[in-house]
Ligand binder design. Sequence first.
Ligand SMILES: *Cc1c(COP(=O)(O)O)cnc(C)c1O
Length: 453
Amino acid sequence: MSDSVKYLLDEEHLPRHWYNINADLPEPLAPVLHPGSKQPITPDDLAPIFPRAVIEQEMSTEREIEIPGPVREVYRQWRPAPLFRARRLERALDTPARIYYKYEGVSPAGSHKPNTAIAQAFYNQQEGVKRITTETGAGQWGSSLALAGSLFGLEIVVFMVRVSFDHKPYRRAFMETFGAECIASPSPRTAAGRAILEAHPDSTGSLGIAISEAVELAVQRDDTRYALGSVLNHVLLHQTVTGLEALEQMAMADDYPDLVIGCTGGGSNFAGIAFPFLHRKLRDGLATQFIAVEPSACPTLTKGAFAYDYGDTAHLTPLVKMYTLGSGFVPPGFHAGGLRYHGMAPQVSHLAKLGLIAPRSYNQLECFAAGIQFAKAEGILPAPEANHAVRAAIDEAEKCRLAGESKTILFNLCGHGNFDMQAYIDYTEGKLRDLTYDESEVAMALAGLPSAG
Ligand SMILES: *Cc1c(COP(=O)(O)O)cnc(C)c1O
């Protein structure tokens, strides 16, 4: 019996460009609106928040954007990342499907997030920024930016969602080891945080609240900018390095995916693996299907409204058109902390609206079961977020078995779960439950959507 196969690219195959899907959208994205005037924003509106190079990328329609030399230099430490054929999992499932996964857990932070953290730190440093503020959910993004900040000599301040701050002390220690300051959110440090604490002293926090705090701090000082780890076009752009490598690796395997799968919190790891393949689909008319997998307890794409909304709770960010559960929605405290966001990347939302992406949701127990089945076969323990993609891949492989049909399945194993052992302990001790979101809270949050567009 053959073991799982690893497809590894030589260093010279590390992509030289990221892929910008804005060049190939069948219809353009709805414009981003200024939160005050409700008019399309200009680069100047964003200048207090982001460096110029990032703003340019956010608005660009160039198909290929060069990866700067110093960013490629850092990428080289773990990129090109391996692609595996999961033969042992295929055997365990007794499926005729061929299952491949791109493994992003080989980065120093253990996930795909450094792909954009390194790029954003580089552009900020180039433009003389001294300090970057940000939010983090599970801690993956904060860890990645802390690492990037230490490599490029930048001070990093991270607002960490309270529930994760309490559940994940090792993530906090990781950030602090790299010199970052880590603050539980909501915090008394900002007006946004104080307002939430006054109304809800026991608030478990949310990404929307933490973003408000980070943006508030960033605009107060001239030497400070803000960085977002998902959702925005430039973040999804940086993540395409994953899918561009996977395209070449699938060619090495002499195969091509029928299905491309990723989990979706803000949409960046999904976009990273999917967009380069979506480009081929749009260009060459291929039949490839794309599945975006989210938690049933925060069902943005499957149950949200497609509307203009704020990216944060205090309404400091511009308005973007996306699938949203409402910026006031606080999802229940399930373990895939990286998937607890009320919105979804505008690009991913737009493509879902156009029917080019099929969204799907799962409960956490079935995802942990899939993650453990995967770990036993392949030897890698996935992050709780990644378990959503694993669940969908296994379900699709089982459909193939029942139908006696062979399909090629590719999914993004976007991170390892070595910092998430408390979640696995809770699961094996039977303490984990499927959480349901509060429908009346979503209805309330949606009723508060801004009138725009
Ligand atoms: C942050 C994170 C996610 C969710 O963010 P996306 O932008 O949707 O990728 C998913 N998985 C892991 C491992 C993460 O760190």
